[in-house]
Design a protein around this ligand. Structure first.
Ligand SMILES: [Cu+2]
Length: 209
């Protein structure tokens, strides 16, 4: 009996111990779970918040860095662009300075002179007063032009040369009518006699210097 009792007591103790153990395990498991969850959740929350905050800060820093880089690049591009523009402007200014601003005036000093053929020159007599061509002698510069106006009532000519030697071929109006004009530009210096082939008493001269 004593052995049975001892065994029963032993079993009871063992059962109780197992029960306590189970309870302890259950408690510990519950408390562990509750504690662990209580500890883990806030730790997860805080660590993730911190990580997110840190990530945000990192992103902000990178954005700032990238923005600064972009700004620096933009400024550098502006500087480069402005410097190149300034160079181009300088080149253009130099070209403008080198280029002739005023064309060479080929007609500077060139003038035109009018000579009229008065009424009544178709009959002799005007040569006595040098009135067959008015003015009978013209003094001009190289490049100047003489314009003869037939203000008479009949046709005349302006022909280079002389009545005795004939036309020399330098210029010849041939017959030009009443109211018409004939002009010659003299590009070479010299003395140019001319006459009217119809009325040989009509003679004039152009001096070109
Ligand atoms: Cu004539």
């Amino acid at each position: 009996m004593a052995s049975v009792d001892k065994a029963a007591i032993g079993w009871s103790i063992a059962i109780v111990a197992i029960g306590i153990g189970v309870a302890m395990v259950g408690l510990s498991a519950d408390s562990g779970v509750s504690q662990s969850t209580g500890a883990i959740i806030p730790s997860i929350g805080s660590s993730s918040d911190q990580k997110i905050q840190a990530a945000k800060e990192q992103i902000a820093k990178e954005q700032m860095t990238s923005q600064e880089e972009e700004r620096a690049k933009a400024i550098a591009a502006q500087l480069a662009g402005s410097s190149s523009i300034q160079l181009e402007e300088t080149v253009e200014e130099k070209v403008e300075l080198l280029a002739p601003t005023v064309p060479v005036p080929q007609a500077i000093g060139s003038m035109s002179f009018d000579v009229s053929i008065p009424t009544g020159t178709s009959v002799p007599g005007c040569e006595e007063t040098n009135d067959c061509y008015l003015p009978v002698n013209v003094l001009i510069n190289v490049g100047d032009t003489v314009i003869w106006h037939n203000t008479d009532t009949v046709a005349h000519t302006v022909t280079s040369g002389s009545p005795t030697a004939g036309p020399d071929g330098t210029f010849d109006s041939s017959l030009f009518m009443v109211g018409a004009t004939f002009e010659v530009t003299f590009d070479d210096s010299g003395s140019y006699d001319y006459f009217c082939m119809v009325h040989p008493w009509m003679q004039g001269n152009v001096q070109v210097k």
